[in-house]
Design a binder for this molecule. Structure first.
Ligand code: G3I
Length: 315
């Protein structure tokens, strides 16, 4: 089979995977290097990972992933600068004035974006800023800095690395709905104000048989605003055990997602959130569910793998 990355390259698209740095050896490393033209650290670049105690950084896993990607001619998507989860205890347990937290966030962004300056294709600057109804999620950042924290974060990221694409990333924004419309309105207003925003990330943590029918239309409306769109965390979960029928439906679902992206020029591509069922967050978070990725736990490609290949023009 032609590796997915060769098919994607021919289409001018990204096919990426989230990875765990410590696993990038053996079969896991071979597949990650051979099949994908982009890597996203699944956890290694989150604030709690890189600055566990204030002022003391641990870049080891993030560096390992970036070095691996460069050795394999792959892009890296940085993930993520501001999120309400996986933050260091010193940050979440502190009590900060607006000015204090603003300075801390600015320093965090300048330090982390600056460290990888010129080496990352994109950054998820702000992750999951919205509630399901399209209101802003109440987070440390939102509640202390105000809703313009998003514009500030983007501006600080641009200053730290003018060459990396700056994204806002969220889940349940794949179809046209209240949450994606809030994201749309935010991006529109940021663009109108001249705030640097280059793309939106649609995470796409989906359920078998439930690809939103408005996916392509939604991608297109963001593209029409003048931003790139990336499918950033694609997985399609099912109730276990996986049956042939469910795996067949899952393959059709993967194909539908990939085709929607291929159909829109400004959709840069898709990243799967772990390429193997042995490296997926789903079973931990949704007990009884899983089998959400293109490879099974033994690194055998599933029907979903072949569906992705077909959507990228493979046979
Ligand atoms: O590293 C520790 C390890 O030392 C410890 O022994 C083990 C015991 O539980 O936990 C390990 O940390 C886990 C970490 O993943 C690394 O495996 C955390 O408990 C676990 O909560 C964490 O889950 C991550 C999750 O974000 C946190 O919400 C997943 O791996 C990661 O895939 C997931 O990714 C997020 C995206 O960043 C944003 N979008 C949603 C997506 C899924 O939640």
């Amino acid at each position: 089979d032609t590796p997915l990355r060769d098919l994607a390259d021919a289409q001018g698209k990204v096919i990426g995977t989230a990875v765990t740095g410590s696993k990038l050896t053996g079969t896991y490393g071979e597949i990650a290097g051979r099949e994908f033209n982009s890597l996203t650290p699944g956890n290694a670049m989150k604030w709690g990972s890189v600055e566990p105690s204030r002022g003391s950084h641990d870049w080891a896993e993030a560096d390992r992933i970036v070095d691996f990607a460069e050795a394999h001619g792959q892009q890296v998507r940085g993930h993520t600068l501001l999120w309400h989860q996986q933050n260091p205890g010193w940050l979440t347990n502190g009590s900060w004035t607006r000015d204090q937290l603003g300075a801390i966030v600015q320093d965090h962004i300048a330090t982390e974006v600056g460290r990888y300056k010129g080496r990352l294709a994109a950054w998820d600057v702000v992750n999951e800023p919205f509630n399901e109804d399209g209101t802003y999620r109440p987070t440390l950042f939102h509640d202390t800095l105000g809703q313009d924290y998003i514009a500030q974060a983007l501006t600080w990221a641009r200053a730290a690395d003018p060459s990396t694409k700056l994204y806002i990333n969220d889940y349940n924004v794949e179809g046209v709905n209240a949450k994606s419309t809030a994201l749309y309105n935010l991006v529109k207003s940021l663009k109108e104000r001249g705030v640097p925003v280059d793309g939106v990330g649609l995470q796409a943590h989906l359920i078998v048989g439930q690809v939103p029918s408005t996916l392509q239309q939604n991608i297109q409306r963001f593209a029409d605003l003048g931003v790139d769109v990336a499918i950033t965390e694609l997985d399609i979960r099912m109730q276990l055990p996986a049956t042939e029928a469910k795996l067949t439906q899952q393959a059709a679902d993967y194909k539908a997602v990939m085709k929607a992206c291929v159909a829109v020029t400004r959709c840069v591509g898709a990243t799967v959130w772990g390429f193997t069922d042995s490296d997926s967050w789903i079973p931990d978070t949704f007990p009884g569910q899983g089998a959400a990725t293109p490879y099974d736990e033994n690194y055998s490609p599933k029907p979903a793998y072949h569906a992705v290949a077909e959507a990228l023009g493979g046979t």
